[in-house]
Ligand binder design. Structure first.
Ligand code: NDP
Length: 309
């Protein structure tokens, strides 16, 4: 029986591991398919304290990992399918091998990129459709690229894609951006970035050709249909929490974000949550790390109480 199992190896999971390991709780981190979480697909991180000249997402994760390994954290690469509570034990069922049994579970499974849900988008995935500029931008050298969305993710993706693309067009469904002011300024100052306002995508063109050649757009004010030519079609429209394996176990909101009460406690004693899986508001690396610390402290106190039962 483990004392602390942490699901997820982004800043929330790794900070929870750091605090648990230093409290001699020998944590196990179960990593999913994207080891290191969303930061591994980010470029420069300028807003994580302690790095005066910035740091890349993958570097930041590497530093965090080295730090937790130094204190004896163990890592397992498995996909969690279901979590159950049996009296005082949390049972974690994975897609392979025996279930993991633990006294406490810290869920730090993060969030994944959202897609528009168009059939044409799905069939052209990997053929010009992507939600990860860092992963796929390189394939669009000197090509025309569009980015969908008006928040920080869309702007960040667009800025990165200007390294490769001939043009980068941000298509937004309204006429003003949601992104932070500094990101907006950077985007407006970049000569490669153009904006198309008040348009939603109704179809990615052209599944019959086997690769993206453009997008069909509908004006959100007039309903007018138009087309834009592009070879790269990038999504930057936000994220969905990775919480499906907890459905029916812990309380969640309508979007699937795990509800936390008084710090990191979920509705089930012994199960704690940290990072983007429980945070629809802040969603920053630093807030994720902070909530990972809170979850480790909450788990440690829970274990202490249980030992006096
Ligand atoms: P947001 O929810 O902030 O923005 C999503 C954007 O996508 C909005 O502009 C929204 O439009 C648009 N959108 C959503 N659904 C659709 C759809 N179906 N069709 C068309 N457009 C759609 O998500 P982000 O991922 O951009 O940011 C989340 C959080 O992460 C924020 O707090 C942000 O500050 C932070 N972040 C910070 C970064 C940094 O500091 N470097 C980088 C990336 C994210 P509308 O505006 O009309 O709702």
């Amino acid at each position: 029986m483990e004392k602390v199992v942490i699901l997820g190896s982004g800043p929330a999971g790794l900070t929870a591991a750091l605090y648990s390991a230093r409290a001699f709780l020998s944590p196990v981190v179960i990593e999913g398919p994207q080891s290191g979480g969303q930061l591994t697909t980010t470029t420069d991180v300028d807003n994580f304290p302690g790095f005066p000249t910035g740091v890349t997402g993958p570097e930041l994760i590497e530093h965090m990992k080295a730090q937790v390994i130094r204190f004896g954290t163990r890592f397992e690469s498995r996909m969690v399918e279901k979590v159950e509570k049996e009296e005082d034990t949390v049972v974690i069922h994975c897609d392979d091998g025996d279930p993991v049994r633990t006294q406490t579970l810290i869920v730090a499974s993060g969030a994944s990129a959202k897609y528009l849900g168009l059939p044409s988008e799905k069939s052209l995935m990997g053929q010009g459709v992507s939600a990860c500029a860092t992963c796929d931008g390189f394939f669009f050298k000197d090509r025309n690229i569009v980015v969908i969305g008006g928040g920080d993710t869309a702007i960040e993706e667009a800025m990165f894609l200007t390294r490769f693309g001939k043009t980068v067009t941000i298509i937004h469904r309204r006429d003003s951006l949601r992104a932070s002011k500094i990101m907006q300024e950077r985007a407006h100052a970049n000569p490669k970035i153009r904006f198309v306002w008040n348009k939603e995508v109704v179809e990615v063109l052209d599944p019959s050709k086997g690769h993206v050649v453009g997008a069909r757009l509908k004006d959100t004010k007039t309903g007018e249909i138009s087309e834009i030519a592009c070879e790269g079609f990038f999504l930057g429209i936000g994220h969905t929490p990775n919480s499906s394996f907890l459905k029916g176990i812990v309380e969640m909101d309508g979007q699937g974000y795990v509800k936390t009460l008084g710090g990191s406690k979920t509705s089930v004693p012994g199960i704690f949550a940290a990072g983007d899986v429980q945070d629809p508001v802040y969603r920053q690396a630093i807030t994720a790390a902070g909530s990972g610390c809170m979850a480790a402290i909450d788990a440690e106190r829970y274990l202490e109480e249980m030992s006096h039962k």
